[in-house]
Design a protein around this ligand. Structure first.
Ligand code: SAM
Length: 333
């Protein structure tokens, strides 16, 4: 089940690290290890077209609950269509940055598993009108949630060349950010993604073979306008309070900026080592909120079948019983 059908006949999404993620969120090595249906409350923080959710539902008992989040109204329409046929599903149209509040509004304090598959979906990229693609023409929008916030076109009108360059550098790791930002700011309007991509291409002095010169700039503007890194940080921080002891966190990322955030978060909270403590005369003992972090990449077979999977990493860990973890810290004293 690696090809997940979309509710839209036009655009579909091939789910990445499907079995691996569902196994991780269920706390098993592989799905064959699940011997009976699982009760409890689970969250899919990025429903998309529901690839991960649909497989997880196959393992959940009738009394289980699956709360699904997405920012994108089209993803939410797909989630609602599925929820209409399956009473275990609860749909939240909001950012996973508001995880705790939305769960509380549903009467849920803690959950057994949290999964997220970050970034954009294929339907978002493939629909030129959404503005995510430098290969298809459309309005320069790039918002995941088209019902709120500011499209990139409006932001480009008001941002200074210096601020724009900082965004291209920070979120796209674009080395030629100043030159590109000046060229973008010299444009008269921002109504076409293809025009914007062409201006970036002309301004870019060093093209990498096989990579469109606008790749990093488009990624940067998308990450900025959707506050992607801020949302991930907020989500990870809340996972500590939301997961039950023994509950699993499983997060897929597609670029190094996000992967670094997840890796560092899990390291910090599994080792109980905080960078800021390094400057203190006596290093405090911090709770170890998570067990040993796990990391899983796509198989060669998956990358061959779906090139989008090539940069994906799945990271996760089990929420530890902090009362026990704290006891251990005291024992060591
Ligand atoms: C890679 S796709 C998920 C695909 C999904 N796992 C599937 O198999 O169909 C990422 C989804 O996350 C959503 N998304 C991204 N950031 C979000 C956020 N902060 N809060 C909620 N949804 C978000 C996007 O709108 C997109 O639909």
């Amino acid at each position: 089940m690696s090809n997940t059908p979309s509710t839209s006949a036009e655009f579909s999404h091939t789910t990445v690290l499907l079995h691996e993620t569902v196994a991780m969120v269920l706390g098993v090595k592989q799905l064959n290890d699940v011997t009976s249906k699982v009760s409890g409350v689970y969250v899919d923080a990025t429903f998309g077209r529901g690839g991960h959710s649909r497989l997880l539902l196959e393992y959940l008992a009738p009394e289980a609950t699956l709360v699904v989040f997405d920012k994108d109204p089209q993803a939410i329409a797909a989630a609602e269509a599925l929820a209409a046929q399956d009473a275990r599903i609860k749909v939240v149209h909001d950012s996973f940055a508001n995880l705790t509040n939305n769960l509380q509004a549903l009467g849920i304090d803690q959950v057994d598993g949290l999964m997220a598959d970050l970034g954009v979906s294929s339907p978002q990229l493939d629909d030129g009108a959404r503005g995510f693609s430098f290969m298809r023409d459309g309005a320069v929008d790039m918002r995941m949630d088209t019902t709120r916030g500011e499209p990139v076109s409006e932001w480009l009108q008001r941002v200074s060349a210096d601020e724009l360059a900082d965004v291209l550098y920070q979120y796209g790791e674009e080395r030629h950010s100043r030159k590109i930002a000046r060229a973008i700011k010299a444009m008269e309007s921002y109504t076409s993604t293809l025009q914007l991509a062409e201006v970036i291409k002309q301004a870019h002095p060093a093209w990498q073979k096989g990579k469109h010169p606008a790749t990093q700039s488009f990624q940067a503007m998308r990450i900025f306008i959707n506050n992607e890194l801020g949302d991930v940080e907020a989500f990870l921080a809340q996972s500590i309070g939301v997961l039950k002891a023994g509950g699993m966190l499983a997060v897929i990322s597609f670029h190094s900026l996000e992967d670094r955030l997840i890796k560092q978060f899990l390291q910090r909270h599994s080792r109980g080592q905080y960078e800021e403590d390094a400057h203190l005369p006596i290093i405090p003992k911090r709770p170890k909120y998570f067990g040993k972090p796990k990391r899983v990449g796509p198989s060669d077979q998956e990358v061959k079948a779906n090139p989008r999977a090539r940069s994906a990493w799945l990271r996760g860990a089990e929420r530890s019983d902090v009362a026990l973890a704290q006891d251990k810290v005291q024992d060591e004293d």
